[in-house]
Design a protein around this ligand. Structure first.
Ligand SMILES: Nc1nc2c(c(=O)[nH]1)N[C@H]1C(S)=C(S)[C@@H](COP(=O)(O)O)O[C@H]1N2
Ligand SMILES: [Mo]
Length: 218
């Protein structure tokens, strides 16, 4: 090809980045101006939102159960959970009450790494998450198993505080934050969608911030 520009340091570098997938986050690419979903505003601090009960979960009695449509049900204690591969993930938070917070650095266990251990049945389509405060929320299994969904124990390098869900919370960043159960205790794989707490109280069964799926009538 005689119209190919001369190879320069820049073209070599950029081609190497492309081959390595550098800067790819795994999220759907969007122009920077569209990083904030419709109807949201940006905050710098991290608000606390919940039903008002902040359970004090002792690590000595903490368990995480994975039950329902799985070949290998799990009931992990804290040491067993900590022994799973540790991962880091950076993501934006979008709360249905219209605040968003960029660049949250999470550390914990990737949801898919945990689910792999439980061997989900082929007929499992959704999950119902249950927490130590009695909270529940539902989402499709495929969304829960997305590559950037994490069972977080740390935020910005520090253990989660109690009000933010210590010792472990789910983080599913591509859905509104009410799907990200704090103080997570139980993951039930189910064969049909079943409404959790907010989903029974007027909120959307799926909750995509980019489609503004806030309420069940949307
Ligand atoms: N267990 C539990 N998880 C929960 C909630 C709750 O009340 N209980 N509230 C949800 C809602 S509505 C939001 S917006 C986020 C808030 O998380 P944060 O307090 O860490 O900002 O947690 C979600 N997870
Ligand atoms: Mo919320």
């Amino acid at each position: 090809m005689d119209d190919t520009p001369d190879e320069t340091k820049l073209t070599r570098t950029k081609r190497a980045w492309a081959e390595a997938g550098k800067f790819l986050t795994g999220r759907v690419a969007r122009p920077e101006a569209e990083r904030l979903p419709p109807g949201q505003h940006l905050v710098r601090d991290w608000p606390v939102l919940d039903l008002g009960v902040h359970p004090n979960v002792a690590l000595s009695t903490w368990r995480l159960d994975v039950v329902g449509l799985v070949e290998t049900p799990l009931s992990l204690d804290w040491a067993q959970f900590q022994a799973l591969p540790q991962a880091e993930a950076r993501s934006d938070i979008h709360c249905v009450t219209t605040w968003s917070r960029y660049d949250n650095d999470w550390k914990g266990v990737r949801v898919r790494d945990l689910l792999d251990l439980a061997h989900p049945d082929e007929v499992a389509t959704h999950v119902l998450l249950q927490s130590y405060d009695g909270y529940t929320t539902n989402l499709p299994l495929a969304d829960f198993a997305s590559p950037d969904a994490i069972l977080a124990t740390h935020w910005q390098g520090k253990p989660l505080t109690r009000e933010h869900g210590a010792p472990m919370r789910a983080v599913v960043p591509h859905l509104y934050f009410w799907k990200s159960a704090k103080w997570l205790s139980r993951i039930e794989l189910i064969g049909a969608d079943r409404a959790g707490f907010w989903e029974r109280n007027g909120y959307h069964m799926y909750g995509d911030p980019w489609r503004e799926q806030r309420y069940s009538k949307d």
